[in-house]
Design a protein around this ligand. Structure first.
Ligand code: PEP
Ligand code: MN
Length: 339
């Protein structure tokens, strides 16, 4: 911690602050500048009281308290300079090959899912998405098929060989969802549900962590830290748009987050342009942007008949639109140095 003292304070005031720093178990190093005194305090916040409250406890003496170290450790590039990868059923996410996860917002019935799975596979996707437990804003909207939906996902996997990603909504579903999923999705609305993150981590399955609706990047990295800190190194971050004042799109897809995460963390970065834009007509452009920004994978909603989808029908691509998008992305993926 770096503690900056206010200019012109007395020796006695300075000594009081130093005494308090020592009392809390930190070693203070005093640096005397021309105008003010700066103290470097060495110690560990996990086992000692924080020094941040010095600002309010000594308002006449302390100007600011700033942490030197980043609050996240295991997810940071410093901890692991090389890119980390997540392997699901032989598909490596975060490596040379650009991966595409695609499928309906919600699993609705067998025909809808199997038709979509076959089509996205034929177009080049390697992972099938589909919500069985849906986090709906209104309790009167379709909540997902639950276990029946998970069983349909397993059937689609058997028939196509695609790996499966699906959302876990509750700690009480952890074993159930882990039994069927190859990747556990933690949704935007649960991105800081720490007990849920711990439960997901402890299943041992790879975890895809969406960014919360109003989550700062540091908070998102710290939420990811919960997964790694619970002995699960298979974490992916997924940018899916944040809440802003803009109304042309459902959310504002923050592609700058892709570049920032790339610098700050070794974990693979996925972009979800479907929740990101909320509009099928914008998905292709968002995907191209994501590839150019250096994302490792896309998560795209695809439905055989988007207009009649039981959830998110404005943003799902038809099977034809998805096939066309995959063709259009190919040169961009190559230009980005991926396969
Ligand atoms: C989804 O992927 O369908 C979904 C609900 O995502 P998010 O949590 O990002 O809103
Ligand atoms: Mn959706």
């Amino acid at each position: 911690m770096i503690i900056v003292l206010k200019p012109g304070i007395s020796k006695k005031q300075e000594a009081l602050v130093l005494g308090e720093i020592r009392k809390r178990g930190y070693r203070p190093h005093v640096m005397r500048g021309v105008a003010r005194v700066v103290i470097g305090a060495i110690g560990d916040e996990l086992t000692h009281a924080s020094l941040e409250s010095l600002v309010t406890e000594f308002p006449a003496s302390v100007e600011s308290v700033t942490p030197v170290q980043k609050r996240y450790k295991l997810v940071s590039r410093e901890a692991h300079p090389a890119d980390s990868t997540v392997t699901v059923r032989g598909n490596v996410i975060g490596g040379k090959k650009f991966q595409v996860m695609a499928g309906p917002c919600s699993v609705e019935n067998e025909k809808q899912l199997l038709t979509t799975a076959a089509a996205v596979k034929a177009a080049g996707a390697t992972i099938l998405r589909g919500g069985a437990f849906k986090p709906r804003t209104s309790p009167y909207e379709f909540q997902g098929l639950g276990e029946k939906g998970l069983k349909l996902l397993a059937k689609a996997r058997r028939e196509t060989g695609l790996a499966v990603i699906t959302e876990m909504l509750s700690e009480s579903h952890a074993d159930l969802v882990a039994e069927y999923a190859d990747i556990i999705q933690i949704g935007a609305r649960n991105a800081q549900n720490f007990q849920l993150l711990i439960a997901a981590a402890r299943t041992g399955k790879p975890v895809l962590l969406k960014r919360g609706l109003a989550m700062k990047i540091e908070e998102w990295l710290l939420a990811g830290e919960y997964v790694l800190a619970n002995e699960n190194s298979n974490l992916m971050f997924c940018e899916r748009g944040i809440r802003t004042f803009e109304t042309y799109t459902r959310n504002t897809l923050d592609l700058s987050a892709v570049a920032i995460l790339e610098k700050e963390s070794h974990c693979p970065v996925v972009v979800d342009p479907s929740q990101g834009a909320g509009r099928a007509d914008l998905v292709a452009a968002m995907c191209k942007g994501a590839v150019a920004m250096g994302a490792d994978a896309l998560l795209i909603e695809v439905h055989p008949n988007p207009a009649e989808a039981w959830s998110d029908n404005a943003q799902q691509l038809s099977l034809e639109m998805f096939a066309q998008l995959m063709r259009d992305l190919r040169p961009l993926i190559e230009a980005a140095g991926r396969e």
